[in-house]
Design a protein. Sequence first.
Length: 405
Amino acid sequence: MVSKNVVIGVAGGIAAYKACHLVRYFTELGHYVRVVPTASALNFIGAATFEALSGNPVSTSVFDAVDEVRHVNIGKQADLIVIAPATADILARMVAGRADDLLTATYLVATCPVVVAPAMHTEMWHHPATRANVETLRERGVIVLEPAHGRLTGKDTGPGRLPEPEQIGVVALAALAGASFKRTLEGKKVVISAGGTQEDLDPVRFLGNRSSGRQGFALAEIAVHRGADVTLIAASTDSLPTPPGARLIRVGSAVEMHEAIQEESPDADIVIMAAAVADFRPEVAADVKLKKGKNADQLTQLQLVENPDILAGLVADKRADQIIMGFAAETGDAQHSVLEHAKAKLQRKGCDVLMCNEVGKGKVFGQATNMGWLLTKTGDVIEVSHGSKFEVAAQIWDVIEQVRE
Ligand code: CTP
């Protein structure tokens, strides 16, 4: 991995402590990190902490180390700037083009991707001034993340929390890798299913699969960044953080997922079935726990019935202007390669786009990375290069947007 110059800007908010984890995130990956806090940030976290974690000097003023011309050089040399947390004040100063401290001067000089993770009270986030500032920064190409929803400094809850450092980190790395965050999906309703369905055998047992839901969550997150109205229908993904800005509907079984998709898809512009839906479910789900002595027959001779094929239903009911995408998690066999299986599945399912990836032997399911091919109804086969599931999500969205055009 090539080491990059990463600048982490820290503004004065209670979430400043999370910036320490972000510094660690980038240094552990081997990047060269410079922390540039504002003077107020140092009320929350001391310069010594940032210096120790980054291994680099920390200053807030344009008048420190003037001989090094830091106020220009840090920004010029940066490959990526991440400002987390970003307060309402720093957003306003960035919009105004102020350069009265080292962070704003660094931002003004930089030409690299800039990712901003706002964290503030809900009222400040909703204030027309902040809304306008966010809009302006996005128009200027700054990647402004949505804040997470949850507990704020006091007893209040709402949108305004800083997303978890790793969530910010993966998005920033996708930006560094060249993923587009242009607001190309504004006004579009996107429905995405993710995770693996769980088919109950009894109150404690279920039939499940190894899908982690990460690819679907990454698709949702990139769609939010591109401005879409995103509904994520997820099964067994409790350990994944909800993509800020997306509406999450939790389901358990394939039948529940089917109902939620039927409810949400009619007015959607794009529907992506990234979930690993169980093809079969136990014919009967026992109300009480099955016992190995008494119910041995039920457990050894499991009767299964077929689940609805959600993707097939979506294709059957598809509006002419809708895009439906499916996934094909395949293993090759003696007769056919992974890609041959996928081409046959695209024919069978009739969706507009199919993402095919090879699974098994520790590949894809549960992993942070992915790769594969995107197959379109019109016969194109586009290779998706290896990358984080966020980088892959950005490539998938690029192709969906091309197909829409
Ligand atoms: N899918 C679905 N409903 C199902 C099964 C699958 O909507 N009951 C969707 C998945 O979300 C995925 C696509 O169909 O987008 C392909 O899923 P996969 O399990 O690979 O295909 P199957 O239809 O199960 O085909 P096969 O068993 O032949 O591999």
